[in-house]
Design a protein around this ligand. Structure first.
Ligand code: ACO
Length: 329
C-alpha cells in the first residue's frame, strides 16, 4: 500500500475552430446526414487547421488545466500525451508540449493505445505519482486524427474529429485518494480490425503505399462494433468491482465517443439510466484518445458534477485495447 493517493485537480480542453458538418461530407462522398446520424449519432466534427499540430492542441488543453488549478507549468514533474497522431514519430509529442507550455525539464513521453490512450496514460501517471517521486502530472489526450483519414472512404471519414483534453493529476496523502480503481486490457489477436497499415516498420511509407492509401485508417466497422460493447462493459464492471462501487453510485458514465449505438448498448448492459451517460459525439465525432478528457472537462465546466460524485470512464480502441477507471470528483 502506497502512502500516497492521487486526485484530479483540474481539467481543460481545446477544440479546433473549423467545423465539418454531415452536409459538408455529403459533398465529398456518397453519404447522407440521415445515414450518419442514424448509424453513429454524429452531426458534425471539428478539424484542425492545416498548420495546427497535435501538440498545439494538447498544449492549449494543458494550459487551461494548469490555469484552473493555479499551478505553474514549472511545477510539473511529468507530462504524458496519449495520441495516435503524434507531431512526429520522434521526438515524442509530450516534449513539444513541454516547450510550448513553458514547463521545466520534467519527464515527458507519449503513449499510444489508440482510443484507450488517455485511460492508459492516466493509470501510468497515477502509478508514478503513487510511487512518491512525482507530485504534479499533466495527462493529455490529443488527436489530429484527420491526418489519418481517407476523405474518399465514406465508411471511415464520417466518424472522426480532432481535439484535445487534459487533466492535472496531483499526488495527495493516501486518505485523500480519489482515483479509485482502473482496469486495462488488450487482445492482440484483433490488430487487423482497426489500423493504419503503412508508416511503421511493417510497411514503410512508399509512393506505392500512399497511392493505395495504406497510410490511412482501415476499419472493419461491424466486427469492431460487436467486440466494443463486450470489452467496454467488461472493463467497466471490473473497474467498479475493484473500486467497491456499484452502478447506482456512479453519477456519470463517461464513455469513449465512437458511436451512439455502442454507448447505448454499454449503458444498457451496465443498467445505468440514459440521463447519467454523457454523450457529446454529436458535436465532435470520435476524437480517439481525446474523447474522454474532452467530455469530462465539459461536465466539470458545466458544473454537472459535485465534489464527492463518482465518474466511470470507459474506452475501447485499436489493438484491440480496452480500459476503464473509476474516479471521485
Ligand atoms: N454513408 C452511407 N452509407 C454507408 C456509409 C456512409 N458514410 N458507410 C457505410 N455505408 C454503407 C455500407 O457500404 C453498407 O452498404 P451495403 O449494405 O450496401 O454493403 C451499409 O452502409 C451498412 O454498412 P455497415 O458497415 O454494416 O454499417 P453499420 O451499421 O455497422 O455502421 C459503423 C458502420 C458506423 C462504422 C459501425 O459499424 C461502427 O460504429 N463500428 C464501430 C466503429 C468504431 O467504434 N471504431 C472505433 C474506432 S476508435 C480507434 O481506435 C481509432
Amino acid at each position: 500500500m502506497s502512502a500516497y493517493g492521487v486526485k484530479i485537480a483540474s481539467t481543460g480542453s481545446y477544440i479546433p475552430e473549423r467545423v465539418v458538418t454531415n452536409l459538408d461530407l455529403e459533398r465529398l462522398v456518397d453519404t447522407s446526414d440521415e445515414w450518419i446520424q442514424t448509424r453513429t449519432g454524429i452531426r458534425e466534427r471539428h478539424v484542425a487547421a492545416e498548420g495546427e499540430t497535435t501538440s498545439d492542441m494538447a498544449a492549449a488543453a494543458g494550459r487551461t488545466a494548469l490555469d484552473r488549478a493555479g499551478i505553474s507549468p514549472a511545477d510539473l514533474d511529468l507530462i504524458i500525451v496519449a495520441t495516435l497522431s503524434p507531431d512526429t514519430f520522434f521526438p515524442n509529442t509530450a516534449c513539444y508540449v513541454q516547450r510550448k507550455i513553458g514547463a521545466g525539464k520534467c519527464a515527458s513521453f507519449s503513449i499510444e493505445a489508440a482510443c484507450c490512450g488517455f485511460l492508459y496514460s492516466l493509470d501510468v501517471a497515477a502509478s508514478m505519482l503513487r510511487g512518491g517521486g512525482f507530485k504534479y502530472a499533466l495527462v493529455i489526450g490529443a488527436e489530429k486524427i484527420s491526418m489519418h483519414v481517407d476523405w474518399t472512404d465514406r465508411t471511415t471519414c464520417v466518424l472522426f474529429g480532432d481535439g484535445a483534453g487534459a487533466v492535472l493529476l496531483e499526488r495527495v496523502p493516501a486518505d485523500r485518494n480519489t482515483f479509485l480503481a482502473s482496469s486495462l486490457g488488450a487482445d492482440g489477436n484483433y490488430t487487423h480490425l482497426l489500423r493504419v497499415p503503412a508508416g511503421g516498420s511493417a510497411m514503410p511509407i512508399t509512393h506505392e503505399a500512399i497511392d493505395q492509401r495504406e497510410n490511412t485508417i482501415k476499419m472493419a466497422g461491424r466486427e469492431t462494433f460487436k467486440l466494443a460493447v463486450n470489452a467496454m462493459a467488461g472493463a467497466a464492471e471490473e473497474a467498479m468491482r475493484r473500486a467497491g462501487v456499484t452502478i447506482d453510485q456512479v453519477r456519470w458514465l463517461v464513455p469513449h465517443q465512437a458511436n451512439k449505438r455502442i454507448i447505448s448498448m454499454v449503458g444498457q448492459r451496465l443498467h445505468i439510466p440514459e440521463e447519467r451517460v454523457y454523450i457529446n459525439l454529436d458535436r465532435y465525432g470520435n476524437t480517439s484518445a481525446a474523447s474522454i478528457p474532452i467530455a469530462f472537462d465539459e461536465i466539470v465546466r458545466a458544473d454537472r458534477i459535485a465534489p464527492g460524485d463518482t465518474a466511470l470512464f470507459v474506452a475501447f480502441g485499436g489493438g484491440l485495447t480496452w480500459a476503464a477507471a473509476v474516479v471521485r470528483w
